[in-house]
Structures are given as structure tokens and as C-alpha cells.
Design a binder for this molecule. Structure first.
Ligand SMILES: [Zn+2]
Ligand SMILES: [Zn+2]
Length: 387
């Protein structure tokens, strides 16, 4: 039972939606055109209710089945693009300078719209399917904004499912795992204050470049020597700014970076240890360090039961041998993790074929994946709500 027949008919139409979204990328919460287009379509499909403005620019469609039932399942897509200059010559390439759909959220939105159209047309289930279109996945925590606006309680959502395209995974294949699948991401900013002065008399100053360099090294000792080797952790310092010229020891330096892990326990430990290392090292050299530790997306943790269910649906669509049930977790992050903190559910990778990687200027969502992803959403809703 591969692709849903009706979805094969809808393939061209969904592709046209996807390319229109691709040509008109919008960032973060400013997805006004996209959200309006999504809401319009959901209304045209005959959804029982279409609610806009949840989590600022999020959109929700409510589709009730033909048969009575109390179950409610949430299917989630993201709508935002990235501040990247597109480097393709596609006929539908970005028309907005410096913005592009480099993470395939255009494809995610189009596929969920396709599923909504089908589900509203057929309603061959008992209970309610909720289609969720969120803004600001790329660093803006749009999922959390929708949760704070009462998304789950308001619509009675009992379980939630998410999907992301995966470059490198062949089209027609899926990958998923139970438990932690994507990392938590916290950011750190370290402001160092030393004592600037003449570079020929270093003994009269406190060199923030030397102190910063020691901190960069010491931070790596946390991953290498403090975290259990069987646990995953990443600390990357990505900004080191200090100094203006070659004969002055700079008074200030700033380091910025990301701290990632695969478990809430390791995450908590990392914060504690980063503080000790930053403050201790600065102290050792007589500098002052101010650390701003900002908590970002949580670890994305798939629930075992919903993961098995999602894998089963994927196998129905793609065939059992095309579903990788124990894919490796990655240190990237996803704000769908917030939804999984509130409700049981699962996040799945959908093969995007041999495309450029996510967030690459030459990336493009693969339209050949549309029937696969759309069929997955449809069968998932119909099966979860079989009554
Ligand atoms: Zn992304
Ligand atoms: Zn993404």
C-alpha cells in the first residue's frame, strides 16, 4: 500500500504550492504571506475551523472525521525560511534578496496542506485531526509560542507528530529512532574584562586574549574529561572578538558559542561546569568574566509507542526495508522538542535524496518526496483516528 492514489493526483498542485512558497520566503514570526496563504487554503478545503494568530503567526486547521470519536491527533509543519542568499538558478528561486527556504519548510508546509486537503475531502476517520503550521522554527521557538497560546489544550491534542526532510536519505525512505534524536542547544556569551595597556609591558596588564584562549581550551576539557564518553556533548566557541591593533593588549574580549547535549542530565551538568571553568580560569589570571548562559531548544525525545506507530505508518507507505528504525541521533536541534515535552509523539526524517545539505545556499526541497510525505500524514491521521 504505497502512495495514497489521490495524492498522486494532487502531486502537481502541491508542488505548485511548494514552489510558490519557495519563491516567497519569510523569516521567523514575519511569515504573514505564508500564514495567510495557508489559512486561505485550509478554508477552501472546508476545514471545520481555521484559527490564525496562535503563537503570533501560527495557523491551525481543525478537521473532524465522518465518524464520531473523541481522539485528537496533531500534525505539525513549520513555515519559516532562513536569512541566506539563495545560490540556485531554479525558475522558482527566492524573489527576496537574502532570504531563502534552505531548510525545506516550504516542502513541509505544502505536504501538510496536501494532507489537509485530502483529509477534509474524505474524512474517513473518527475523531479530529489538527494540522499545525508554526512560525519561527529557525531559532525563534515558534513551537513554544504556540504552546504558550494554549495550542494543545484549546484543541484537545493528545499526541503530536512532526516530520523533517533529510538530505542524504534517499527519496522514499524514512528514518526515526525512539528516545533522544536531536540535541538541546544553549548559547553562551562570555565577556572578559582584563587590564589593557602597552603590548611591550604585558606584566602591567591582564591580557584578555590569553585568558580567552585558556577558556577556549579549558571548555574543551569539559567534553573530553568531565562528560561520560558514552554521553554526547558539544561545546563550540564560534566568536572570539578582541583587540584593534598590534601593539595594544585589549581590555575586553568577547567569546560566544553553543553548548549541546543529548540528555537533560548532561545539559544541566554542562551549564554548571561551564560556569566553574569560565569563572575559575578568569580568576586564575586576574580577569573578570561575565557569563550569559541562554537556554535554547530542549533535547528532542521521541516517545517509544508513538515512534513504533510512526515507523509502522512509514513502512506502510515506503515498505519495511525503506524505514530505518534506529537512525543515529544528531547534534542539530528542532523546536518540535517543546511539543514533545508536553505530549507523547514522534519526529521522523523523510528522504530528500542527494540534495545540498540543510541551510546550504544551494539546497532545494525535493518535490519527488511530496507524495511520500503527504501519504505518511494521511495514513498516520487515519490510523491514529481509526476509532
Ligand atoms: Zn533549519
Ligand atoms: Zn528545518
Amino acid at each position: 500500500m504505497p502512495i495514497v492514489n489521490r495524492v498522486a493526483d494532487l502531486h502537481a498542485e502541491i508542488t505548485a504550492w511548494r514552489r510558490d512558497l519557495h519563491a516567497h520566503p519569510e523569516l521567523q514570526y514575519d511569515v504573514h504571506r505564508t500564514a495567510a496563504s495557508v489559512a486561505d487554503k485550509l478554508k477552501t478545503f472546508g476545514c471545520d475551523d481555521v484559527v490564525t494568530g496562535i503563537g503570533r503567526t501560527g495557523v491551525v486547521g481543525v478537521i473532524r472525521g465522518r465518524r464520531a470519536g473523541s481522539k485528537v491527533v496533531g500534525l505539525r509543519a513549520d513555515m519559516d525560511a532562513l536569512p541566506i542568499k539563495e545560490a540556485t538558478d531554479l525558475p522558482y528561486k527566492s524573489t527576496v534578496p537574502g532570504k531563502m527556504h534552505a531548510c525545506g519548510h516550504d516542502g513541509h508546509t505544502a505536504m501538510l496542506l496536501g494532507a489537509a486537503k485530502y483529509l477534509a475531502e474524505t474524512r474517513n476517520f473518527a475523531g479530529t485531526a489538527i494540522v499545525i503550521f508554526q512560525p519561527a522554527e529557525e531559532g525563534g521557538a515558534g513551537a513554544r509560542a504556540m504552546l504558550r497560546d494554549g495550542l494543545l489544550d484549546r484543541f484537545g491534542i493528545e499526541q503530536v507528530f512532526g516530520m523533517h526532510n533529510g538530505p542524504g536519505l534517499p527519496v522514499g525512505e524514512f528514518a526515526i529512532r525512539s528516545g533522544p534524536m536531536m540535541a538541546s542547544t544553549d548559547t553562551i556569551e562570555i565577556d572578559l574584562e582584563g587590564k589593557g595597556g602597552h603590548a611591550g609591558f604585558p606584566h602591567r596588564g591582564v591580557d584578555t586574549i590569553l585568558v580567552g584562549a585558556q577558556i577556549v581550551n579549558q571548555l574543551q576539557s569539559i567534553v573530553a574529561r568531565n562528560v561520560d564518553p558514552l554521553d554526547a556533548a558539544v561545546i563550540s566557541i564560534c566568536v572570539f572578538q578582541a583587540g584593534d591593533t598590534d601593539n595594544v593588549i585589549p581590555q575586553h574580549a568577547q567569546l560566544r558559542g553553543t553548548v549541546r547535549s543529548m540528555s537533560p542530565k548532561v545539559r544541566e551538568f554542562l551549564e554548571k561546569r561551564v560556569r566553574q571553568v569560565v569563572e575559575g580560569t578568569a580568576n586564575l589570571y586576574g580577569a573578570k568574566a561575565e557569563l550569559t548562559y541562554t537556554t535554547g531548544y530542549p533535547v528532542l525525545i521521541n516517545e517509544a509507542r508513538q515512534t513504533a506507530f510512526a515507523a509502522e505508518i512509514a513502512a506502510e507507505i515506503a515498505g519495511k526495508d525503506k524505514v530505518h528504525n534506529e537512525c543515529a541521533p544528531i547534534m542539530g536541534a528542532e523546536d518540535f522538542a517543546y511539543m514533545l515535552q508536553e505530549r507523547p509523539g514522534a519526529f521522523i526524517w523523510l528522504g530528500n535524496g542527494d540534495s545540498a545539505g540543510l541551510h546550504h545556499p544551494a539546497y532545494d526541497f525535493n518535490d519527488e518526496a511530496i507524495p511520500v510525505g503527504t501519504s505518511y500524514w494521511i495514513r498516520l491521521a487515519e490510523t491514529a483516528l481509526a476509532g
